[in-house]
Design a protein around this ligand. Sequence first.
Ligand code: AMP
Ligand code: MG
Length: 353
Amino acid sequence: MNTVFKTITENEDNTAIYEEAGRIIRVGGLVAFPTETVYGLGGDALNKDSSQKIYAAKGRPSDNPLIAHICDIAQLDDLVSDIPSCAGDLAQKFWPGPLTLIMKKKAGVPYETTGGLDTVAVRMPNHPVALDLIRYSQRPIAAPSANLSGRPSPTKASHVLNDLNGRIDMILDGGSVGIGVESTIIDLTGSKPMLLRPGYYITDDFKQILGDVLIDPAVANITSGTLPDENIKPKAPGMKYRHYAPKAELVIVSGEDKKVTEKINELISQKEAAGIKCGVITAGEDPALYPKGLIKDAGSSDEERAASLFAILREFDETDTGFICARDLSEGRLGNALMNRLCKAAAGRIIRV
Ligand code: AMP
Ligand code: MG
């Protein structure tokens, strides 16, 4: 398949591109597009064949449900059978934005979109290209992250091209995304609301509307730095898979600043002595602290780190690095979301000093 690559240019008339992209979605094809979190791989959420194509293009396990993206709150009626009143309040405050809500699905939403579940994940993205694409397609758009399954999520159109060229119909390039980690997921179908995936919004942000939000125990364990007990099954099926993994072995070093630096330098010296090319993911420190290895700085604030982490993991894949040490990134508001991704990328390998 030939993948058409189109750049959306601000202040220019992009109507012809959106009309073509919308038509592709309506006839059951796939279009990758930017959102404020990561790039998504979109298909008609109400067409089972489109959802099946998304799984095939990504190599995604079919029990890992997709998020339906909408541009207008009225589209909830096509997707959700029973809209809880708190969903309206959350939508008012957080949409468009990086919050996904899990609710009971309508009969017309294919099980192919929901990974066989009776619930559906919905969000309204806060990105003009995403919103225009949904508008022109006249459909809710099912879209997981636009990466090959298991790889870091794409934060630039070039990442999508690397993974999915020849596997999808079209890529809309809208530049780099703003946030860089995927949406916060809240399940509204239980007796109490539950956080299934940490993201830009944290549980405190929902206090006013939802009161206390439970945290899926499988997620809480990942966030605190250990892989969950195998008996604890995450409520968001996607959270059980290895994800974001770079080709190199990745370990996280956590603890007091000075000790972390010493440990990283020690590990890098050992690996280099064994002939392995090494890398370090730093967190805004002076690069002179790390005399060996290829240094990539994630940034000194949590927002910078969120925006750069996935791109850094991909950049290492373009080198012959065999071993990467990352500093703990748990500091700041987005620390939980970042550690959740980093722990998965490292397959749970954390060294505490
Ligand atoms: P991605 O868009 O690639 O970030 O993947 C979507 C995430 O949403 C995955 O972790 C899914 O497991 C989760 N998800 C989607 N629909 C549901 C649902 N109905 N219930 C629980 N989790 C869901
Ligand atoms: Mg994903």
